[in-house]
Design a protein. Structure first.
Length: 277
């Protein structure tokens, strides 16, 4: 995977992209990245890349020409392909980035990121070069560099060989549409809190069942929007008449655990309210 980043601040990238897992993957030749300064492609003697918006308004707008010239220079470095290269414009107006989008981007050999600043970018160059408009959330940042690095990190983890354990990317949160189950390591006892016995049992069927329950419980409690209508019905509605006995038992046990935990939390809140008067 080769990332090209069009930016006004290329110096922001080495600290993230050359460290830890990403740095190791770069050393191994699995990842490459190049941050290109858009200012290098302006024709203005003062290295200016922005101007006032037509129609008035606050702030400045990034000009089309330096960005277009930068992109044309990058095209000369990229592999020639019949299809247009994917150019990701980082913007609050884009589709919200998620794991499925990352998996789609990870199929490419080369990706280009355009990092905006100021009040935005001249629409004409966006129409000319951009293929994907992407946001990392419903909030505004100073520029597109941090969101670009967030996406590059997520995409990189899906590139074969970047993670030593290929199962890691498959079992993390969102990989199967659910939040990840809790993780534990040594020692068995920490400050009176013990690792769940099932995880020490060596029974992989029970371990997998426990982990699925924990993932479903966490998703229901923290991100119910990730659950399908069918999953919500299995957790909170009526169980289907036709189910395998093992599946019915699984969901009956899970629903009982959810109810018990909800009751426990409610009792704790009552006690806290009473203590606070």
């Amino acid at each position: 995977m080769h990332f090209y980043i069009m930016t006004l601040f290329p110096e922001m990238f080495p600290g993230i992209m050359d460290a830890s897992i990403l740095g190791r993957a770069k050393t191994q030749g699995l990842l490459e990245w190049e941050a290109v300064n858009i200012r290098d492609y302006t024709l203005d003697k003062h290295m200016k890349v922005d101007d006032y918006p037509y129609g008035g308004g606050a702030g400045m707008v990034m000009q089309a020409e330096p960005i277009y010239r930068c992109y044309e220079a990058l095209k000369q470095k990229m592999k020639p392909e019949p299809k247009k290269k994917r150019v990701i414009y980082v913007t609050p107006q884009g589709h919200v980035f998620d794991q499925k989008m990352a998996e789609d981007f990870a199929k490419e050999e080369e990706l280009v990121f355009l990092c905006g600043h100021y009040e935005g970018v001249d629409e004409r160059v966006l129409e000319e070069i951009v293929t994907d408009y992407v946001s990392i959330g419903d909030y505004v940042l100073t520029g597109g560099e941090l969101p670009a690095m967030v996406m590059m990190d997520t995409i990189s983890r899906l590139v074969p060989g970047v993670l030593h354990n290929k199962d890691s990317a498959e079992t993390e949160s969102f990989a199967d549409g659910l939040l990840e189950y809790p993780q534990y390591t040594r020692p068995v006892n920490f400050e009176g809190m013990e690792v769940p016995e099932v995880l020490r049992s060596g029974n992989h069927a029970l371990i997998n069942s426990w982990r699925l329950k924990q993932s479903l419980k966490a998703t229901l409690a923290l991100r119910p929007d990730l659950l399908s209508a069918e999953q919500k019905e299995l957790l909170t509605g009526r169980l289907p008449y036709k189910m395998k006995k093992s599946e019915r038992r699984f969901y009956e046990e899970l629903r009982a655990e959810i109810a018990a935990e909800q009751e426990k939390r409610a009792n704790a809140e009552v006690k806290e309210d009473e203590a606070n008067g």
